[in-house]
Design a protein around this ligand. Sequence first.
Ligand code: SAM
Length: 268
Amino acid sequence: MQDNYYVHGYSPRESERLTDQAETLTSLLHHDTRYPAGSRVLEAGCGIGAQTVILAKNSPGALITSVDISDDSLQRAEEKVRHEGITNVAFRQGDIFRLPFAPGSFDHIFLCFVLEHLAGPGRALEQLRPLLKEGGSITVIEGDHGSAFFHPEDEDARQAVQCLIRLQRQMGGNALIGRELFPLLRGAGYHEVHVSPRMVYVDDSHPVFVEGFTKLTFTAMVEGVGPEVVQQGLMSSDAWDRGIAALYRTAEPDGVFCYTFFKAAARK
Ligand SMILES: C[S@@+](CC[C@H](N)C(=O)[O-])C[C@H]1O[C@@H](n2cnc3c(N)ncnc32)[C@H](O)[C@@H]1O
């Protein structure tokens, strides 16, 4: 069983998408995460550092250790952090399922858009738990593609989203994981689990979200799996193109897009 398959891949376009996603959603997802000066924070699955930069700026006195399984992504993350003049982050290559840290090494753990790609998300949470000191916190942010709805409604667009969900499942992941954060954290032995749904509502009166979320985050993400969907015969090339066009259509002045992220916090 592969634990680290990543359906969106590591292409330059996907890197840009992760950055657009993080920047557009900064306030919605990060406004209530601040770590005290001197606290030790583990960011698991930091990717190219899109969230790392936000975490580090919001908690400049915290000592952040960011890990990822991909050396290439870590290198990109290091460059990004250096470019921003951030000095409170150390990077380390590692697998969430077997991280080389002593028990109780961290006061806080943060994960964003990682569990959805793992074959064993509950096991990952269990493996992380000993790394927290007693009473330490874990924060987990995930999306849930089943929460996407839009206007104009379109059958091909809906099917395109379903194809992404299906491909991610084939690879061992779960694009509907947001709704499962509560049972996953409880099941992994955490206490005081609190889940807060964060809806992104986009219409023409929020042009930053139209561009940054509807187009560059959500639709770009679905679009990225097109070749695989067509190759597997899940949709015809024409139907796929119509579906993607219909998703972009929701970004026009009379279009509307809605999506819900789930942010969970819990304690050891
Ligand atoms: C969607 S990216 C999210 C990156 C970042 N957290 C963000 O929000 O931009 C998922 C990341 O998880 C990493 N990953 C997947 N499996 C992993 C594992 N077993 N251990 C560590 N990192 C893993 C991937 O390499 C990828 O960088």
